[in-house]
Design a protein around this ligand. Structure first.
Ligand code: GLA
Length: 741
């Protein structure tokens, strides 16, 4: 890790473990901040300038050597040069990162370099989630630039981390002029790659079908994904990767981009006619209008760029380690979570104190550690049509009150967790009757209901304060150690009575800032509270939410086979310990499929692990398996939480079977999970080549005396046990054993 400034070459070089990122600022190129290089590591101090075709006419360059910062550039230059933060109106006709509408009504913007600062460590962003690191962990570069006409001052912020292949970027714009400005775009990251020889990878989805991997070759033109839903959403995760065509799980170059934000976003790859690719990520400019008065500043969210020369697997491992070490709350990142049972699939809205206590009594001897009471305990909520906003317990159901219930559950030796959906308001609620204007709505239009609810206007402080007070009071009223924070609809009718007409374009972002403020207050005031985010399943599974909650409910689809591709997509970026995953009952409530109880457990063991079923209704045989599954959780969870993840085979690709591994960081043990989705004839010779082991070491298959060389398991492969039937699974646990060497 190092950031080097070369005065002689006019370059800034940021080095990660195996990548370099180089920025050039040439006085004779009128102090534009140019992007020169992002790729495999190169020596510091190389003259990359000669390697870059800027379309710069030699004699022009010579003539303009004394050029002033205020002189206009030659459009041919601006349209072909790589830039760090491109702006519109001066000849760069590609996508631009910054759009400032000035007092004259135009958006011509022209930023020139004014200085830099390099320092050890990294500052957290205020009001936004951000990566963190100490002076030993990371180093930061700030580049300063200015638009001389409007007075806009831009700071580009870059951090590289020790031993990592990740770069974190953000941008800050300050109105240093005399007139009000309107920010219409303020991207977090932009850079230009010199080729278009990549596949565009992204994760699309919908409710019950989150994060499916799509991979297509880049074409001329712009390929992009976005959200206009107010949350990062089901449809696209805020992530893309550009992978060389030959890159696979194990090898090849990949650039991964993941936006640390939970609202509207846009990530794009624009291929020019010259065959270069501009990568850009940030808040979606769609409907974004931010007023910047003189002296005010706007900070963009952060965006992570990962470079991998070890294919998609290398990219995943870099994201996982980065998020565990520098994003997820330190209190929880490597901490084992209580093994919970959740009431939702077991009872939906149909429960009372008695039923919950009977659940707790049944599970207490099975090793389950926490009971989570899901939706339906407050107001007069017996279905999804009422009471959001009325966060007081329904004493008809929870007889004796919340504290009584929690105490009783605690007495049985279980912890207690609760579900809340604090961002929402039901039209049928006391809160709505009192404060109809607290819901997002626009004048003269009937606001759209979704799941019978409106969204609270979290841009308003009084609304946020009310919401926070409700959550705080519920948690303080009893010994509540876990909260599932849900968000079950997208934003529509985004209008606020609080803000003037010309500020309505700020609301979608203000809403997200409001959510962040609430969760920040919550985790600061209850540092030991375990927070699990959720949004109609996994609609807000993004790094922004991971800054507050170490785990997120992955999907409402708990079918073990559907979960294979949902979890594969999720694990592509996010650590296994962040994936909310439960064993549920069969036939599965979403797809109607029946899978073996043990397969459901094997698949859930890849995530947080827990149960979500009516324990009093499942068969004796299944109930008897729970203690064994619980002991598997205790045996393997340290490895799953802390180890390195390797994708071995994908059911999504082969239609037959799925296989993944977790290998201890010191390579002393490995857990292989194999799921045979379809039984086929003649599979007795199916060999799986393992990944990530120490090729010089021996490994004993746990439970046997058999020892195999790491090289053998990786190069020749291991034979999978013959299983008859569909949806079968096996765990193989290897432990270091050098008795043969
Ligand atoms: C969402 C969640 C579910 C459950 C319900 C309750 O759909 O994803 O897990 O909490 O809400 O209404």
């Amino acid at each position: 890790m190092a950031i080097t400034y070369s005065e002689k070459l006019h370059t800034f070089q940021l080095d990660g473990k195996s990548f370099s990122y180089v920025i050039g600022v040439y006085p004779e190129h009128m102090n534009f901040i140019q992007h020169l290089y992002f790729g495999a590591k190169i020596p510091v101090g190389e003259n990359l300038r000669d390697m870059n075709n800027f379309g710069w006419h030699a004699s022009f360059e010579a003539e303009q050597a004394e050029i002033l910062e205020l002189d206009p550039p030659e459009p041919f230059f601006t349209d072909v040069t790589g830039f760090e933060y491109p702006t519109p109106g001066t000849g760069d006709h590609r996508d631009t990162a910054l759009c400032i509408r000035n007092k004259d009504g135009n958006s011509v913007t022209d930023i020139r370099y004014t200085g830099y600062k390099i320092y050890k460590g990294k500052n957290r962003l205020t009001n936004l989630p951000s990566l963190y690191g100490t002076e030993e962990d990371c180093e930061t570069l700030e580049l300063y630039a200015k638009d001389y006409y409007t007075g806009a001052e831009v700071t580009l912020i870059y951090t590289v981390f020790e031993g990592s292949d990740a770069l974190v970027r953000s941008a800050k714009v300050c109105n240093g002029g005399k007139d009000a400005l309107k920010l219409e775009n303020c991207a977090s990251l932009s850079f230009d790659l010199k080729t278009m020889d990549f596949d565009f990878i992204h994760l699309w989805g919908q409710h019950n079908q989150e994060r499916n991997l799509s991979r297509t070759p880049l074409q001329h033109g712009t390929q992009s994904i976005d959200s206009k839903r107010g949350a990062s959403g089901h449809y696209h995760n805020p992530f893309i990767a550009l992978a060389k065509h030959n890159a696979d799980e194990r090898s090849g170059e990949v650039y991964g981009i993941n936006f640390v934000y939970s609202g509207n976003f846009r990530i794009s790859a624009e291929v020019t006619t010259l065959g270069t690719t501009r990568v850009m990520a940030g808040i979606n400019p769609f409907e974004f209008r931010w007023n910047l008065l003189p002296g005010e500043e706007f900070q963009s969210p952060e965006c992570v760029a990962v470079y991998s020369d070890e294919g998609l697997g290398g990219m995943s491992r870099t994201f996982h380690r980065l998020y565990l070490d520098h994003l997820i709350p330190e209190r929880w990142a490597y901490t084992k979570r209580p093994l919970l049972i959740n009431s939702w699939e077991a009872a939906t809205f149909d429960f009372d104190t008695e039923k919950l206590i009977s659940f707790a009594e049944t599970v207490k001897d099975l090793g389950i550690e926490m009971l989570v009471m899901d939706d339906g305990w407050f107001g007069h909520r017996n279905d999804d049509a009422t009471s959001l906003g009325d966060w007081f317990v329904n004493e008809n159901k929870i007889k004796g009150g919340l504290k009584h219930l929690v105490d009783e559950v605690n007495k049985l030796g279980l912890k207690f967790g609760i579900w809340m959906e604090p961002e929402m308001i039901s039209p049928d609620s006391e809160l709505y009757r009192k404060h109809p204007d607290w819901a997002f709505a626009v004048p003269e239009r009937t606001a759209t209901l979704s799941r019978n609810q409106y969204v609270l206007d979290l841009s308003r402080k009084e609304v946020r304060d009310y919401v926070y007070e409700c959550v705080h009071n519920v948690i303080s009223s009893a010994n509540i150690e876990y909260v599932k924070w849900d968000m079950n609809r997208q934003l529509t009718d985004i209008g606020s009575v609080e803000f003037a007409g010309d500020r309505q374009g700020e609301l979608a972002h203000r809403y997200v800032l409001g959510v962040y403020e609430l969760q920040e207050r919550l985790v600061n005031n209850f540092p030991d509270l375990l927070l699990e985010n959720c949004s109609g399943g996994g609609a807000r599974f993004d790094p922004g939410m991971l800054y507050y909650s170490p785990q997120i409910w992955c999907s409402d689809d708990t079918d073990a086979i559907e979960r294979l591709s949902i979890q594969e997509g999720t694990e592509l970026i996010y650590p296994l310990s962040t994936m909310g995953a439960h064993v549920s009952d069969c036939p599965n409530h979403t797809v109607g499929r029946s899978t073996p109880f043990m397969t459901r457990a094997h698949v859930a063991l890849a995530g947080t692990f827990g149960y979500e079923l009516d324990i009093t209704k499942i068969s004796e045989e299944e109930r008897a398996m729970i203690p064994e599954q619980v002991s598997m959780y205790h045996k393997y969870n340290d490895l799953v939480r802390e180890g390195d993840y390797y994708r071995v085979a994908s059911y999504r690709e082969n239609g037959l079977y799925d296989c993944w591994m977790v290998v201890a960081k010191d390579k002393s043990e490995a857990l292989v999970t194999y799921v045979q989705v379809l039984g086929r004839p003649n599979v007795h010779s199916r060999k799986i080549k393992l990944l990530g082991l120490d090729v010089t070491a021996g490994y004993r298959l746990d439970g046997t005396e058999k020892v195999y060389g790491g090289d053998l398991l990786m190069n020749a492969g291991m034979l999978i046990e013959t299983m008859r039937g569909d949806y079968m699974s096996r765990l193989y646990h290897f432990v270091l054993d050098n008795s043969l060497t």
